[in-house]
Design a protein around this ligand. Structure first.
Ligand SMILES: [Zn+2]
Ligand SMILES: [Zn+2]
Length: 321
């Protein structure tokens, strides 16, 4: 039927290619989205090297925005859930056991057009740039991490909190921005890259030097290595909270006895609740996002491959089909 569309396809471990694929054919209940911006996520760079949930051939892309069939501006909430289980009914559909993610379990936004369940579409605020719209999904992860800390510390617990963020990739930067606009008293960040630290400073965060020192009310680990997980516990005040959302390694390696003796806490944070996606949509336009850079789809394979092989620039790549 329609003409083929260009898509960045994950074709084999460590390999992505720009290919012509058939025009997506929306099933009943689905909508066709003309993709305008799609962010490349660290989880995709990792997943392409070592296929796990993502199996080739696959069009990845779970952070994207575009126009719907009527030309309306939309952003896609990529979390698909069963809608029937106890978690879904409690508003926790992001941890539904039957959870699937657009761009992981089915074709995503690294294409000119993609068919998605119509229930995944969310309206965009008027005038929001496409580049910002593509950062709503990672920002929703940050909103959730901050809310996880707030729920643990009590109603006003996160207000005025001294916060540390380990790792200033896109998620870490958005965690710093979320904490600052959510009432944190002070946000300190660590990273090995001067460019990333500079981006964090432009968002209002302070640089914690070579590593964390002292204690914090909230430590957000946006890296997820055994070493950063250990640091998140070591630098947490008694009764504080660490929020883990980095997934670099499976190991933890923290001092479990310190967790007991000082009643420290560690919370996992995955994705976001529906209302947190809406909160991220409302806030994203307020933040300095100059650390993200857009590229035409034609350049996608080169950019993705470079980042996958350890290239550090740009800090966050957005594909603009
Ligand atoms: Zn992502
Ligand atoms: Zn469910």
């Amino acid at each position: 039927m329609g003409c083929p569309v260009k898509a960045l396809v994950f074709t084999a471990p460590g390999q992505v290619e720009l290919l012509d694929v058939p025009e997506p054919d929306p099933a009943p209940g689905e909508a066709l989205v003309e993709v305008r911006a799609a962010g490349i996520c660290g989880s995709e760079l990792h997943g392409a090297r070592r296929p796990g949930f993502r199996q080739p051939p696959l069009i990845m892309g779970h952070e994207f925005a575009g126009t719907g069939a009527g030309g309306e501006a939309v952003v896609v909430n990529p979390i698909l859930s069963c809608g029937r289980c106890a978690e879904c009914r409690r508003g926790l559909r992001h941890v539904c056991r039957e959870r699937e993610i657009i761009g992981v379990h089915r074709a995503g936004g690294f294409a000119e057009r993609v068919a998605v369940p119509a229930s995944a579409l969310r309206p965009l605020p008027p005038g929001l740039p496409w580049e910002a719209a593509a950062l709503i999904e990672p920002a929703a992860n940050a909103v959730h991490a901050w809310n996880q800390a707030g729920r643990a510390l009590g109603a006003d617990g996160a207000k005025g909190a001294r916060v540390a963020v380990i790792g200033c990739g896109a998620i870490g930067l958005l965690c710093a921005a979320t904490a600052l606009s959510g009432g944190a008293g002070r946000v300190e960040v660590t990273d090995l890259s001067p460019a990333r630290l500079a981006a964090a400073q432009r968002l209002g965060a302070e640089v914690a030097g070579a590593g964390l020192s002292g204690e914090y009310d909230v430590v957000i680990d946006a890296v997820g290595s055994a070493a950063t997980r250990a640091a998140s516990v070591a630098h947490q005040r008694p009764g504080g909270v660490a929020v883990w959302l980095g997934l670099a390694e499976e190991e933890a390696g923290f001092d479990a006895n310190a967790l007991i003796r000082s009643e420290k806490r560690v919370l996992g944070s995955f994705a976001y609740r529906d209302e947190e996606f809406a909160q991220a949509t409302a806030r994203i336009g307020d933040w300095d996002l100059t650390w993200a850079a857009g590229y035409p789809l034609a350049a996608a394979a080169g950019i993705f491959t470079d980042l996958m092989n350890g290239g550090l620039h740009p800090l966050k790549a957005l594909l603009l089909p």
